[in-house]
Design a protein around this ligand. Structure first.
Ligand code: DX5
Ligand code: ZN
Length: 221
C-alpha cells in the first residue's frame, strides 16, 4: 500500500465513495479490490473481533496485504482498540475509525493516540447511541462515521431514524467529513447526502453489482 499523506479529506463537491470489502470475496480479495480501485475514493476495511460485535473478520496482516492505490480506512469494531491501532498504522492505514462505545472513558485518549501515530482520525457511533455522546470529540477528529445499521454484518436495511444524526453533526460542524455506513444504496445515498454526508461506505450494493463502476457512480447522485 502507498503511504497516505497525499490523501486529504476536503470539501470537494463530489461525494467520496468507499467500498466495504466485507462484502467482497475474501478468497480473492485483491482481485475484488481491483474491480473498484479505478472508480472509488477510498477502501473501507471492517475489522471485527467477535466481542464488540457478534462477528469476526480480519486484522492488520490482511490490511497490510491489500493491493490498492486508494487510501484505506480501517473501521475498528473492536473492544480496546488502543491495543491494536499501531498495528493498523504499520499495515498502512490512512485513517483509523474507532467506536465511541468501545473505549468507555478513554475515547479522547485513543483519538489522541491515533493522531500521534500520524494517520487520520475517525469516530463512529452505533444506531442506538445518542449523537451527543460524540460531541466532546468533534474537534479531535477528521471524520464522523454514522452507522445506519447495527454493526457486525453487511446487507442489512438502512435505518432512516439515523439521518437526524447526520444533520446534527453537519449543523455543528459545517466542514467536517461525515461518512455513512450501513444499508447505503442509490436511494438511501441520496438521503444521506441531503442530510449533510460527504462520504459513503457501501458493501453489498457495490460488491453485489455486476457493474461496479456503475454502482459506485450511482451513489454519487
Ligand atoms: C457493518 C459494516 C459495514 C458493512 C456495510 O458492520 O461496518 O461497513 O460492510 O455493508 P452494507 O453496505 O452491505 O450495509
Ligand atoms: Zn464499516
Amino acid at each position: 500500500m502507498q503511504t497516505s499523506s497525499q490523501h486529504h479529506i476536503s470539501q470537494e463537491n463530489h461525494v467520496k465513495i468507499g467500498p466495504s470489502i466485507l462484502s467482497a470475496d475474501f478468497g480473492k480479495l485483491n482481485e475484488e479490490v481491483a474491480t473498484v480501485d479505478e472508480y472509488a475514493d477510498f477502501i473501507h476495511a471492517d475489522v471485527m473481533d467477535g466481542h464488540f460485535v457478534p462477528n469476526l473478520t480480519f486484522g492488520a496482516p490482511v490490511v497490510a496485504k491489500l493491493q490498492s492505490k486508494l487510501p484505506v480506512e480501517c473501521h475498528l469494531m473492536i473492544s480496546e482498540p488502543e491495543k491494536y491501532v499501531e498495528d493498523f498504522v504499520k499495515a498502512g492505514a490512512w485513517m483509523i475509525t474507532i467506536h465511541v462505545e468501545a473505549c468507555s472513558e478513554k475515547t479522547g485518549e485513543v483519538l489522541e493516540q491515533i493522531r500521534g501515530l500520524g494517520v487520520k482520525v475517525g469516530l463512529s457511533l452505533n444506531p442506538g447511541t445518542k449523537v451527543e455522546e460524540i460531541e466532546p470529540y468533534l474537534d479531535m477528529v477528521d471524520m464522523v462515521l454514522v452507522m445506519t445499521v447495527e454493526p457486525g454484518f453487511g446487507g442489512q436495511s438502512f435505518m432512516h431514524e439515523c439521518l437526524n444524526k447526520i444533520k446534527w453533526v453537519r449543523e455543528k460542524k459545517p466542514n467536517l467529513a461525515i461518512c455513512v455506513d450501513g444499508g447505503v444504496k442509490d436511494d438511501t445515498a441520496k438521503l444521506c447526502v441531503e442530510a449533510g454526508a460527504n462520504m459513503l461506505v457501501a458493501g453489498s450494493y457495490i460488491f453485489g453489482a455486476e457493474d461496479r463502476k456503475e454502482a459506485i457512480e450511482s451513489l454519487r447522485g
